[in-house]
Structures are given as C-alpha cells and as structure tokens.
Design a protein around this ligand. Structure first.
Ligand SMILES: [Fe+2]
Length: 313
C-alpha cells in the first residue's frame, strides 16, 4: 500500500491523472471550510495535493485558532509562522551533538533515500570525514532510525511538549511524527533547491520542530522565512520571483535552541556557512503526509511508531 501511494504521488501530474486530481482538489478547496478538521476523505485525498488545498486548509485553521487559542506559543506560530521554545542545557547539547557527530557514516544528501537520487535501491552512506572534505557536498543526513536512537531526542520532545503543542496547533488529538531528519550542512561549491524560497508540502495540517545542535546566525546557516506567510494564497511562482527584502526573518539561535515552525510558510535554507551546522527537524501531522511516502519514511515505520508511542506514554 505504501509503495502504491508513493507511485500515485509520483504520477500525480501525468496526463488524465492530473486532470482528475486537479478537479477533486478544486472541489475540496470550495468545500473545505465546511469540512470537519478531521474529515477522513479530505485526509486521504490531501496526500495528492498540489498545494492549493494546503493554503485553503491553513487559512481555515488560522481563523479558528485566532479566535480561540490562549496559548502564547500557538498564537505566535499562528501569527508569525514560528516560535522560539527554549534552549537546551550544556549536557543535553553535548549528548545530542556528540551522538550524531560520532556516527561514522552519513547520507550524502538532504534527505536519506531521496527518491530522485535513486529510485530502486537505497543510497549508500559515506564516511563523515569524506563528506566534510568533499567540496561539492552541502547537505548530509542521518536516517530516521539513527535519529530515533539518539538517547536524548525523546526526552527533548517530551520536555518541550512537542506533541501537546502540535495537537493544539493542529486542533487534533492525533498528531503523529511522520519524519525526523537530522542534517549536517556545510559550505560547498554546489547549490541546492532548499536555498531558494519554498514551502514544504508536508500535509494540509502539519507543524515542525527543530533543534539547532550548533549555533546559527544570518552569516552562519540560519533558516529564514517570511513571518505569517503560511496563510498566503497558493502561488506556484512566488518563490521564483521573490528576492530577499526586510520582511525575511532569520531564525538565528545559539546551540541548543529549539523552535516550532509552520513549514507551509515561505522559507529557505542558508548557503552561508562558517562551520558545519547540525540540526534535527521533527515533523508532525494530523493526516498522512505526502513526504512520508516520497522520502520513503515508511521504511522506518517501526522507529516512528516507537517514537510516537513514547510521546504519548
Ligand atoms: Fe523546506
């Protein structure tokens, strides 16, 4: 079933199938404001969205939260697309950072098993030292199992109430982690699409948390975003024509800083890097996520279930 859904997503924009999905998406965009936030049909169809439905759903949810939430964190994410949650202690930082940096191997890509890189077989890992020396490498990543086995990650998610925050922001009692990606980024001769302004097509109802294991700044690897842009209209060309202005906010932070972020806001990675940057992104959704299939996160179903069960215990 997972592979079938992956195949349909990959063929979403082929002739006839595209017309079918575009029509269904058009109908859902018209009726989404009348739909229950947990509607199962909507939940299934949105896996195949091109983005329009995400914008329609985000706007609906924004209005509901604006009128009902008393939480400072939820209001900040709802208004500004992100919120600072706190900073880890020195021991926690060292434990997490050393755990990842002491791994001998790393995937030489933004996300392990990235479908465009290798459609049939899993990609080989390379030595971290070789990754750091390779002038053309920019993003390295660890798979979900490696992140889940980090001795401190579950504790951090519990301590900073990731699940509770996600469920309140998503107005749902079943927010699940569908992706955990720990990335090591370094300066490079090559560029990457994530350095361009873009939105992540996670699901219509999603929220991400990230931990900066290393210090970041505007001149050193900080992600930037347009605050509040998670409720902008769907516009496929916006990221292409946009050039940075004063509205672009850099999410800077000392090592150990933790943020919540709505990744349907326009954001981008930062190719300016003085030192390698290590960061973990943990993503929650109340619905199945297209990225879960496209990045083949289902290969780590058990690890994700393990992480999710720890969250709710
Ligand atoms: Fe992104």
């Amino acid at each position: 079933m997972d592979k079938l859904i992956e195949k349909i997503i990959l063929r979403r924009n082929t002739v006839i199938i595209k017309q079918f999905f575009d029509l269904v998406e058009f109908i859902f965009c018209k009726i989404v404001r009348f739909c229950n936030l947990e509607n199962k049909l909507l939940g299934f169809f949105q896996i195949f969205t091109n983005g329009k439905l995400i914008s329609a759903f985000r706007r609906k949810k924004y209005t509901i939260l604006k009128n009902r939430s008393n939480s400072k964190i939820i209001n900040e994410v709802n208004n500004n697309s992100f919120c600072f949650l706190g900073k880890l202690g020195k021991d926690e930082i060292e434990t997490g950072k050393n755990y990842f940096l002491n791994q001998k191997k790393i995937y030489n890509s933004h996300v392990p098993y990235f479908f465009k890189k290798n459609k049939s077989e899993k990609e080989d890992k390379i030595n971290i030292d070789d990754f750091l020396k390779n002038k053309d490498s920019n993003y390295g990543s660890f798979d979900i199992k490696t992140s889940v086995e980090c001795p401190i990650l579950k504790n951090i998610s519990l301590k900073y109430k990731f699940n509770e925050i996600a469920e309140e922001y998503l107005i749902s009692n079943k927010a699940n982690v569908f992706s955990i990606n720990t990335m090591l980024t370094k300066s490079s001769n090559s560029s990457h699409d994530v350095f361009k302004l873009h939105r992540d097509i996670d699901s219509i109802n999603s929220l991400a948390f990230f931990i900066y294991w290393t210090s970041t700044s505007q001149e050193n690897g900080s992600t930037s975003l347009l605050p509040g842009s998670h409720i902008y209209n769907f516009d496929r060309k916006f990221g292409k024509i946009y050039s940075p202005n004063l509205s672009l906010k850099h999410i800077e932070g000392e090592e150990g800083s933790i943020y919540a972020l709505d990744t349907w806001s326009y954001h981008r990675g930062n190719e300016k890097l003085k030192n390698p940057r290590l960061a973990t992104w943990i993503r929650y959704s109340s619905f199945p996520s297209r990225i879960y299939y496209m990045d083949r996160n289902y290969l780590f179903k058990n690890d994700l279930e393990n992480f999710n069960s720890q969250e709710t215990s």
